[in-house]
Ligand binder design. Structure first.
Ligand code: GDP
Ligand code: ADP
Length: 195
């Protein structure tokens, strides 16, 4: 169990290119108090990504060390790189009674669910497959071969949407961000106020 009764852990997942980063950035722009976990990754930074802000960019050996010392709540390999959630800052945040958000892929979301059944799993879905393909291509941050690899994974991720507690459709960024904020701050269904 990671989250206690006082705070809620929310996991946001969805296929590459659906707009997770965009929606989360909009949530934080409007509500700077929302806390987002900064993951560690072995992926190379993209232009404009800042170490310690978007990710902690680490070498393979450092990632191995974090896994071996139980420093990660969950971790997964995705499209040839490893990603994981540092456990210490998350525990601290939840212990302080504040909501926390993880933006992670499907295998990681499943690991969080297994470790913390109270965690809220939210799936960000595209309005259509065609729109997902066009967003991933439009972002232009990966060469076509990497985009293809991510689209193949995206199909499997879309098939898993039913495992999540809530599906939010990212048709409009502001609307989807508003919906996500509502979920982040909603009391846990297991909690009865005043008890
Ligand atoms: N399991 C897990 N997945 C993560 C973590 N951090 C990021 N991811 C996911 O890894 C995938 C690839 O991330 P990234 O390379 O930044 O590409 P992008 O999300 O398509 O911009 C996305 O689905 C992220 O949500 C993490 O700590 N754990
Ligand atoms: N609701 C939306 N409508 C149109 N384009 C969007 C929307 N949300 C995100 N995008 C665009 O889609 C692309 C992928 O978004 P991004 O946030 O990088 O996705 P992810 O983090 O899920 O991989 C970006 O170019 C972004 O500007």
């Amino acid at each position: 169990m990671v989250s206690g009764d006082a705070a809620r852990l929310t996991v946001l997942s969805g296929p590459s290119g659906v707009g997770k980063g965009t929606v989360v950035a909009e949530v934080r722009r409007r509500y700077p108090d929302v806390w987002l976990s900064v993951s560690v990754t072995t992926r190379r930074p993209r232009p404009g990504e800042v170490d310690g802000v978007h990710y902690h960019f680490v070498a393979e050996g450092e990632f191995d060390r974090l896994v071996a010392t139980d420093g990660l709540l969950e971790w997964a390999e995705y499209a040839g790189n490893r990603y994981g959630t540092p456990v210490a800052p998350l525990r601290e945040r939840l212990a302080a009674g504040a909501p926390a958000l993880l933006e992670i892929e499907l295998q990681g979301a499943r690991q969080v669910r297994a470790r913390d059944p109270e965690a809220q799993l939210v799936f960000l879905a595209p309005p259509s497959w065609a729109e997902l393909v066009s967003r991933l291509a439009g972002r232009g941050s990966e060469p076509p071969a990497v985009q293809e690899r991510r689209l193949a994974l995206a199909q499997a991720e879309l098939d898993a949407a039913g495992e999540f507690d809530v599906v939010v459709v990212n048709d409009d960024v502001a609307r989807a961000a508003f919906e996500l904020v509502g979920l982040l701050t909603a009391p846990s269904p297991g909690l009865v106020p005043g008890e």
